[in-house]
Design a protein around this ligand. Structure first.
Ligand SMILES: Cc1cc2nc3c(=O)[nH]c(=O)nc-3n(C[C@H](O)[C@H](O)[C@H](O)COP(=O)(O)O)c2cc1C
Length: 202
């Protein structure tokens, strides 16, 4: 339990990476562990697309720059200044990058569960990403989740099958620094509040 607690406390969203390579066997081990994640009807709808081509990476970075600029324009005053100083993606240095999709057309799981709550298919992909996040941390690797992107632009750049929905774009590599506190908290954007902790029973 203590080890699990340490893993949860030290897991971070990482945006500052060293550029040295991650051994291929380690990447394979991590992706094997992802397959142990829970999924609605055991549908396993996650599709991890490893993004290697310079062209596709450039498209993703351009999309991030445009979306980030647009997001900045939505803030004013001190919040805008704070936002402008945040580093919200490790796309410039992360040696490994994955676009993670949900295969909305998969027959696996035979529809169980998602007939009533279709979003459970996407949530299953999020669960798999969290497994990767923790497994990476356990190996000393850092993972950064980038969602300030135009999903259509990223999907088009990767030429994936129709029906795949972009859930996340992930940067993976050796972290340049270690912290027990979220970067957004350290920079004064948003700390942990425990706001969702209380369950009201009526
Ligand atoms: C669904 C999701 C999307 C996220 N998108 C981004 C993002 O676009 N850019 C970013 O810097 N962090 C992103 N994050 C990371 C959060 O900012 C981070 O989890 C939060 O600040 C708490 O920090 P911690 O993960 O280090 O505990 C995302 C996290 C989740 C779960």
């Amino acid at each position: 339990m203590e080890i699990l607690k340490q893993l949860l406390v030290w897991r971070r969203d990482v945006r500052h990476f060293r550029t040295d390579a991650v051994p291929e066997a380690l990447v394979e081990d991590l992706l094997d562990l992802v397959q142990l994640a829970p999924s609605v009807g055991n549908s396993q709808p996650w599709r991890f697309v490893r993004v290697e081509s310079a062209g596709a990476r450039a498209t993703v970075r351009a999309s991030f720059e445009a979306c980030n600029e647009e997001a900045l324009a939505g803030y004013e005053g001190d919040r805008a200044r704070l936002y402008a100083g945040l580093k919200l993606a490790g796309l410039d240095r992360a040696p490994l990058q994955f676009a993670v999709f949900c295969d909305g057309a998969t027959a696996q799981g035979h529809g169980l569960g998602r007939g009533t709550i279709p979003d459970t298919l996407d949530w299953s992909v999020v669960g798999a990403i969290h497994v990767l996040w923790l497994a990476a941390r356990a190996q000393g690797l850092g993972l950064g989740w980038v969602s300030i992107l135009d999903p259509q632009a990223v999907t088009a750049a990767l030429d994936v099958p129709a029906g795949w929905r972009l859930v996340a774009y992930l940067c993976l590599g050796w972290p340049a620094e270690e912290h027990a506190t979220p970067e957004l908290e350290r920079r004064g954007w948003q700390g942990r509040t425990g706001a969702g902790r209380t369950v009201l029973v009526r």
